[in-house]
Write a protein that binds this ligand. Structure first.
Ligand code: GRF
Length: 217
């Protein structure tokens, strides 16, 4: 097996997606290891999850910086110390500057709790319910300059149930996030996935539409 891909994971909260990634690295489902977990908030559960797994953590509190540029510059400096193959946004609730996105272009992915391009931004579950959608889900995408707008690698769908609350739907979506996100990271680690000129290449072919969960392999 080749050298494990090095990951830096950015979080802001509970870190249940981080936990799924930690677990799949540990049991070798994905050939990667987490160099560092960075949170913009102190005292979040995700930091405890990382510490429990023996992973280095760092808090970079955005409120301590004059503007987004200064915060992102500090983030870049810390992330670059790991020289990661992939930077993973796992519930990181900050909008990133163009400079940050350009610096990590092609090695920056995010999970968003909607079937993009629907419902970029916040309150995705309530918006899906209010629109009367019959299905909702999660998307894993490469991050580009446009918020939640980069090319979508894979999507997982769940039904919207009658009388769903946004909390119930969020929980259902989160369950599939824990499958789809580590799987995509695994493909990247295995060099099956690249971003080439804003086009996704998967197994050396251009990906014309997102791969649907559950995956064939
Ligand atoms: C997930 O729903 C993710 O899609 C969104 O933020 C949430 C993070 O959850 N970006 P967790 O911190 O991984 O539990």
């Amino acid at each position: 097996m080749s050298q494990p891909a090095s990951l830096v994971v950015l979080i802001s909260g509970s870190g249940s997606n981080l936990q799924a990634i930690i677990d799949q690295c540990a049991d070798k489902h994905i050939n990667a290891s987490i160099c560092r977990v960075i949170s913009n908030k102190a005292d979040v559960k995700g930091l405890t999850r990382a510490e429990d797994a023996g992973i280095a953590t760092q808090v970079i509190d955005h409120t301590q910086y004059a503007d987004r540029e200064a915060f992102d510059a500090a983030l870049i400096e810390v992330i670059d110390q790991c020289n990661p193959d992939l930077v993973v946004l796992a519930g990181f609730m900050r909008i990133l500057t163009e400079g940050f996105v350009t610096h990590f272009k092609g090695r920056l992915i995010n999970i968003h709790p909607s079937l993009l391009p629907k419902y970029q931004g916040l309150n995705t579950h309530q918006r899906a319910i209010d629109a009367g959608d019959s299905e909702a889900g999660a998307s894993v995408h490469f991050v580009t300059e446009e918020l939640d707008g980069g090319p979508v690698i894979a999507q997982a769908k769940v039904p919207v149930e009658a009388n769903d609350t946004s909390e119930a739907l969020a929980k259902r979506v989160l369950t599939v996030e824990h499958g789809i996100f580590p799987a995509v990271i695994g493909w990247f680690a295995d060099k099956r996935l690249q971003l080439d000129n804003n086009q996704i290449m998967f197994d050396q072919k251009t990906l014309s539409q997102p791969i649907n969960w559950p995956f064939a392999d």
